[in-house]
Design a protein around this ligand. Structure first.
Ligand code: SF4
Length: 150
């Protein structure tokens, strides 16, 4: 492995930048993601930082049952995130539609049909510790030796 790749691996393991998008939720999962920022969970102690700008993100957290109105917007958002990147589905909504998945509702789950999903965190809502664990588990798999694996 080259010295440059070693440096990239080192930096990426300690600086994971996360952005999140809500494609139609009850806000329960948003609250759990925001709880990760609170002093109790203190996401930054793990080297995870939250951004509004997808161009600065490595990982996209997707919350909510996918509604067709998001088709272009989610694809555009995903395109804006530079490689290497990964998306994680947070909660039951992006996995199955959860309680919104009923006859005659206007949703189209799972989100994995629309952008590649690297991991799913089930729950209604999942705990902040489970969200943190998913980010920390996915990051090394996606980012370590990225240039070598390409
Ligand atoms: S998984 Fe549950 S808590 Fe999360 S957005 Fe869906 S309905 Fe709300």
């Amino acid at each position: 492995m080259s010295l440059l790749q070693s440096i990239k691996n080192y930096v990426r393991s300690r600086s994971i930048h996360v952005s999140y998008v809500d494609v139609g939720s009850c806000n329960g999962c948003d609250i759990e993601v925001l709880a990760c920022l609170s002093p109790r969970y203190d996401i930054e102690q793990y080297g995870i930082y939250v951004h509004n700008n997808p161009r600065e993100a490595d990982i996209l957290l997707v919350i909510g049952a996918y509604t067709p109105g998001w088709e272009e917007k989610l694809a555009t958002l995903w395109e804006k995130i530079p490689e290497p990147k990964a998306a994680i589905a947070i909660g039951n909504c992006p996995i199955s539609g959860c309680l919104f998945n009923r006859p005659h509702t206007y949703i189209d789950p799972p989100v994995a049909k629309h952008i590649p999903i690297a991991a799913e965190v089930p729950g209604c809502p999942p705990r902040p510790t489970e969200i943190l664990a998913a980010v920390l588990a996915v990051a090394p798999i996606v980012f370590r030796d990225f240039e070598v694996k390409r």
